[in-house]
Design a protein around this ligand. Structure first.
Ligand SMILES: Nc1ncnc2c1ncn2[C@@H]1O[C@H](COP(=O)(O)OP(=O)(O)OP(=O)(O)O)[C@@H](O)[C@H]1O
Length: 234
């Protein structure tokens, strides 16, 4: 399995500038690697920093220390020092992120929202639309909703649209933030199948899965963020 992501000696603390510059240390000294075909669960008690770490892997949060290198376009790129343009390129071609919540521009139809990442990669529009229809069907979004904006959809429907959008492109690295959180058993099974398919094509996956059954079904390993808590080894 080839390594796709390598975080080294990563630390994070938040400074609350609006609250007397109070500093909240979260973790330090985090070493983490992710290879193709793996699905690693980020684990640890509530507040240990799982979401924070995942946002750092996606360069949404800065690092207080350390490096996070991703294998992008045949070379290693440190996203902690990369330009905003490079980060957008990494997100477009190398690293997908499926969050629990859908963020979309109002009035854009669901089908377009799902197809968009593949169109952005240069795929033919017909192919992207076919794949979007296929994913929406698999995720049981009724066809009568495809031309509507998902803004008025239920929480579970919005999450499934988000999953369809996240899985439409074959990203080499995928970050999954509770992808099955508000899904029923049938849809959860579909998401598990999508994760298995991504693993099978060699994607390197890291995820937060509060549901143990999901974690046990798809994960090849786990990574406990708690052990890097500031002061954990004092
Ligand atoms: N934007 C932020 N500003 C300030 N503090 C933050 C911010 N995001 C997270 N934190 C703090 O960082 C710590 C880790 O939070 P995080 O959400 O990453 O934990 P978690 O392990 O994902 O928790 P949970 O399992 O409850 O979702 C918490 O103490 C939290 O208050």
């Amino acid at each position: 399995m080839s390594e796709m992501l390598h975080a080294q000696n990563v630390a994070k603390s938040f400074t609350l500038h609006t609250q007397g510059s109070v500093t909240i240390p979260v973790f330090q000294g985090v070493d983490f690697t992710l290879s193709g075909g793996e699905c690693i669960a980020l684990t640890g008690e509530s507040g240990s920093g799982k979401s924070t770490f995942m946002r750092m892997l996606y360069a949404n949060y800065t690092c207080s220390d350390g490096s996070i290198r991703v294998f992008h376009d045949g070379d290693w790129l440190d996203i902690t020092t990369a330009s905003p343009h490079s980060i957008l390129e990494v997100r477009k071609r190398t690293m997908g992120y499926v969050s629990q919540f859908l963020r979309v521009i109002p009035r854009v139809p669901t089908l377009e929202i799902v197809a968009e990442p593949l169109v952005a990669l240069g795929a033919a529009r017909d192919h992207a639309m076919d794949k979007a229809r296929d994913l929406l069907t698999r995720l049981r979004i009724p066809e009568r909703l495809w031309q509507l904006s998902p803004l008025t959809f239920s929480g579970g429907e919005q999450q499934r649209v988000n999953i369809a959008r996240g899985f439409i492109a074959d990203y080499p690295i995928m970050l999954l933030d509770e992808p099955t959180a508000s899904l029923d058993a049938q849809n959860r099974a579909t998401v598990l199948a999508l994760i298995e398919e991504a693993k099978g094509r060699g994607a390197a996956i890291a995820g937060i899965f509060h549901d143990h059954e999901t974690r046990d079904a798809v994960c090849t390993g786990s990574f406990d963020v708690t052990s890097f808590k500031v002061g954990a080894n004092d």
